[in-house]
Write a protein that binds this ligand. Structure first.
Ligand code: ADP
Length: 227
């Protein structure tokens, strides 16, 4: 479902004498449906960079990133948008939303985008918000004023609303209390059980051990960092 072939990345610092830093060199990996793979390695190894490349936020200089067979590196912007809408989900560490949109709509939106009815999308949004212990009195409000932990849970609810066949999770259990951490881990297990291919960054080792089938140490692809 997710396959990287000989992927490399450099950053060119245009404001610093065009210095070129090589961050990722020649990564090949694949993640099958129903499998969860953890990206590991020290801070600065390139985990977030690799994840942003797989989502198409960062340009990839060499290689192929195939999501369900479609090469994201060569894809037109409209194809990347369609892929993100239907196939590839990304739960980033921070919630980014349009101001004044109610939480319920924020969470329902990915399902509306793939053609679900308002009723179906809202029912799923309510189910997820309740599961993630967001009090019902907050559902009609914008999440912009919510606490950090509440925003993170709204972000997770939104990320799991549509059953994406491929998912990228950046620290999904960071700063959650034990009860909500448990809910998130069960959402990941459910996604795997329905056949989602998942790549995640988890500093929470117990969470990683529980939901991930394999680990890939990104530092082995980092020039100058010993694995
Ligand atoms: P990790 O997630 O493993 O901690 P990152 O992917 O954040 O590591 O960073 C890997 C390396 O890439 C770091 O040396 C970082 O400074 C560099 N890097 C990340 N993003 C950029 C960027 N936008 N421009 C320049 N360098 C970057």
């Amino acid at each position: 479902m997710i396959e990287l072939k000989n992927v490399s990345k450099t950053f060119t610092m245009h404001n610093q004498s065009s210095a070129v830093i090589e961050v990722i060199n020649d990564v090949s990996l694949s993640v099958a449906a129903g499998e969860c793979v953890a990206l590991t390695g020290a801070s600065g190894a390139g985990k977030s960079t690799l994840m942003r490349m797989i989502y198409g936020n960062y340009l990839t200089q060499a290689g192929q990133i195939l999501i369900d067979g479609a090469d994201l590196v060569q894809a037109e912007p409209r194809d990347v948008i369609a892929l993100r809408r239907e196939t590839l989900g990304y739960v980033s560490q921070f919630l980014r939303v349009v101001p004044r949109v109610p939480t319920l709509d924020v969470v329902a939106e990915p399902l509306r985008a793939v053609g679900a009815s308002a009723e179906t999308a809202q029912a799923r949004a309510k189910e997820l918000l309740a599961k993630l212990n967001i009090p019902q009195r907050l559902w009609a409000l914008s999440p912009t004023t919510f606490s950090g932990g509440e925003q993170q849970r709204v972000n997770i609810a939104r990320g799991f609303a549509h059953p994406y066949p491929a998912m990228l999770l950046d620290e999904p259990t960071a700063s959650l209390d034990a009860a909500n951490r448990e809910v998130v881990l069960s959402l990941i297990e459910e996604a795997k059980a329905r056949g989602a291919a998942i790549i995640g960054i988890f500093h929470d080792e117990a969470a990683r051990d529980r939901v991930c089938d394999r680990e890939i140490d990104v530092s082995q692809f980092t020039p100058g960092i010993a694995a």
